[in-house]
Design a protein around this ligand. Sequence first.
Ligand SMILES: [Ca+2]
Ligand SMILES: [Ca+2]
Length: 172
Amino acid sequence: MDLLRKTRRLGPLALAVLWMGCPRVLARSDDSFEPNDDLAHASSLTAGQTVKGRANQGNADVFSLQGVPAGSRILFRLESLGLENCPAFTVTGPGDQVLYRDDTYRCSKGRNSKPQPAQSVEGAALTVVQTGYELRVPAATAGTHFLTIDEQGEADNMFPLGWDYQLTAQLE
Ligand SMILES: [Ca+2]
Ligand SMILES: [Ca+2]
C-alpha cells in the first residue's frame, strides 16, 4: 500500500523527468566534422573527394572549398544516404557574398517537399536528381567558397530531423 502511494506520488515526477530527458535521448548522434556550424568553423573540402556527413535540424553543416579560380563553376553533388531528406542550401563566396540560397521550408511526410531558391546569382541552380541534388554556382571572384547545409523540419515535428548525405565538390 505504501509503495503504491509512493508510486502514485512519484508518477508525474518520473513522467516529467522522462519527458525532459527524451529529446536528448532520442537526439541523433552527429558526424565527425562537428562543430562546423558557421563559416568560421567550416570543414575543408578537397575538390573531387567525397565526404559523408549528417545534418541535424538546428545544427547547420558548413564546408569550405579553398582556392577556387575566378571564372570557374563549382558543382556540389549531394547524395542522400538516408533519414529525412529535407535540406536547404546556401553557397557563400568571398566577401560573404551569397551566391545561392534556398528559402526556408517545411517538409511533410508523404509529400515531395523540395528546396526552392530564394536568392541566386546568374547561372546558379539547384537540380533535384534521383540520388539527391546537384548545386551549380559560378565563381566570379577567386577564393574560398562555402556550402551550408541546413536541415529543415516538419510543421510539428517533436524531435529534430536529420539527413545523412554524401558530398563531393568539383570544379567545372
Ligand atoms: Ca553535422
Ligand atoms: Ca554542424
